[in-house]
Design a protein around this ligand. Structure first.
Ligand SMILES: [Fe+2]
Length: 278
């Protein structure tokens, strides 16, 4: 059976790339160091397939068609369409249709009915962490779009449960495939609203403590009470919650956190170890 060999999370603030040359040397060093360690861990896992959980930032979907969850089941996916990601080295990325289809079929037995897409373009949410972390060789990518950009959002508990669906689907997939999961997004940030650029560092640090403690109910209650007021982009923490569900809510290892005002995002980087216990 397939093996879950790693679970990771990282922020993907666009300014990490878009504003890179204007950032201070100290800021670039902080971001590079965190991404390098994340990439070292991802590459060490030697995954054949990387399931990337990210929102879609209005590239594939809009308010006329906005799935809560969409699994990319295509043989390939297009690279990022953002002009400022033109130097991203992959114009196309290989998918893993059999695992993606298996995830969807398993989900339908678990009370989830995700949308599917045979043709996704993977925007900065997917590609900034892959690029900045230096993921190489690039595994096959199974994109999972989780709507964390436009309410209504899946509940925190539902996102956690979705993570357990991913975990169990991997465990039931025939073959010797090595599979890892990367959650992309968060932590606190505010985009296109009056508080744009604000970072709620207190929220981020408490949030990370709750991930680390493994007390899922405390984490859920905290996010239910605090996430909505911590900036509209903070909803992306749901992607971390899905990864947390896949990791059975324990073994969280923080690589780095900084509230980086110059990129408008509370930048977090982490991996989970709990998959070893599955
Ligand atoms: Fe985002």
């Amino acid at each position: 059976m397939a093996e879950l060999v790693g679970i990771y999370a990282a922020s993907h603030g666009p300014l990490i790339v878009r504003k890179w040359n204007a950032l201070s040397a100290e800021c670039r060093h902080t971001i590079d160091t965190a991404f390098n360690e994340l990439g070292r861990r991802i590459n060490a896992a030697r995954a054949d397939v990387l399931i990337v959980i990210s929102p879609d930032h209005w590239v594939n979907f809009f308010i006329d068609n906005l799935p809560a969850i969409c699994v990319g089941v295509g043989e390939t996916h297009d690279g990022p369409p953002e002009p400022w990601l033109a130097e991203f080295p992959h114009k196309q990325m290989v998918g893993h249709a059999p695992l993606a289809q298996h995830i969807v079929e398993h989900a339908f037995t678990r009370g989830f009915e995700p949308s599917i897409s045979y043709k996704l373009a993977l925007d900065h949410g997917f590609c900034v962490p892959l690029w900045k972390a230096g993921v190489a060789p690039m595994p096959a990518i199974v994109p999972v779009v989780l709507n964390t950009v436009e309410p209504p959002f899946p509940s925190v508990r539902r996102c956690f449960e979705w993570g357990t669906v991913l975990r169990d689907a991997i465990a039931g997939f025939a073959g010797n495939t090595r599979v890892a999961i990367l959650a992309s997004g968060g932590l606190s940030h505010s985009i296109g609203e009056a508080t744009m650029g604000a970072i709620d560092e207190a929220f981020d640090r408490e949030c990370l403590q709750h991930f680390a403690s493994g007390d899922r109910d405390t984490l859920f209650d905290f996010l239910d009470q605090r996430m909505a007021a911590a900036g509209n982009g903070t909803a992306e923490v749901r992607n971390w919650v899905a990864a947390h569900g896949a990791a059975t809510a324990c073994g969280f290892d923080l690589i780095h956190y900084s509230a980086i005002a110059d990129v408008y995002v509370g930048c977090g980087f982490a991996s989970w170890n709990a998959f070893k216990k599955i």
